[in-house]
Design a protein around this ligand. Structure first.
Ligand SMILES: [Zn+2]
Length: 193
């Protein structure tokens, strides 16, 4: 019953699934200190008989981003002038991580972004808008209240960053207390993707 209830949940890398006393780690998972975490994006599946917990890819269908779409993705590369976003969701549809979007530093905020790493970092989950698909490259923008980083982890220890001051856009690690900044969406930390 527990397995039935807990399976089907959408997970992203790093989400805790359970402990090894409850489940057997399967495809798309990894174990740290007896706890099972998702290593891929998808839906949690728990086999009621074998108790194997695995991650099923989010979608078999290929949805291509279109200009104007709101997408959610994970930052997997940061350079001086741009960041690369692995798109995991287009509008309401989850993907298995097929498309990469490019977020140029000038498209991050209406305010000038001096250092891209003050606005986002590797591993952050961001909500962005597709502004161009020229040359088959999906150009993204996080300008706007509801766009930007929606979940970030501490760059020192990997703990979850919680909103410390909304006005200053300061985030604080709940584990080590490290304070960082991001270009956050207005609903940062709400759990909304
Ligand atoms: Zn920390």
């Amino acid at each position: 019953m527990l397995g039935e209830k807990r399976s089907g949940r959408f997970v992203i890398p790093g989400d805790k699934i359970g402990v090894i006393e409850e489940f057997i780690p399967g495809y798309g998972t990894y174990v740290v200190d007896g706890a099972i975490y998702a290593s891929s994006v998808g839906f949690l599946s728990i086999d009621p008989k074998s108790r194997i917990a695995s991650i099923k890819p989010a979608s078999q269908r290929i949805y291509a981003p279109k200009v104007g779409n709101i997408v959610v993705g994970c930052v997997w590369g940061v350079q001086t002038a741009m960041a690369f976003i692995r798109i995991i969701k287009i509008e309401r549809s989850f993907l298995s991580g097929f498309f990469t979007g490019v977020l140029h530093v000038s498209d991050i905020d209406i305010r000038f972004t001096k250092d891209i790493l003050d606005a986002l970092k590797l591993g952050d989950i961001v909500r962005a808008k597709v502004i161009s698909e020229a040359n088959r490259t999906y150009h993204l923008s996080t300008k706007g209240q509801n766009l930007g980083v929606i979940l970030a982890l501490c760059s020192k220890c990997g703990g979850t960053l919680r909103l410390k001051s909304k006005r200053e856009k300061k985030l604080q690690c709940e584990v080590c207390g490290n304070v960082e900044t991001r270009k956050i969406a207005s609903d940062y930390g709400s759990g909304n993707l």
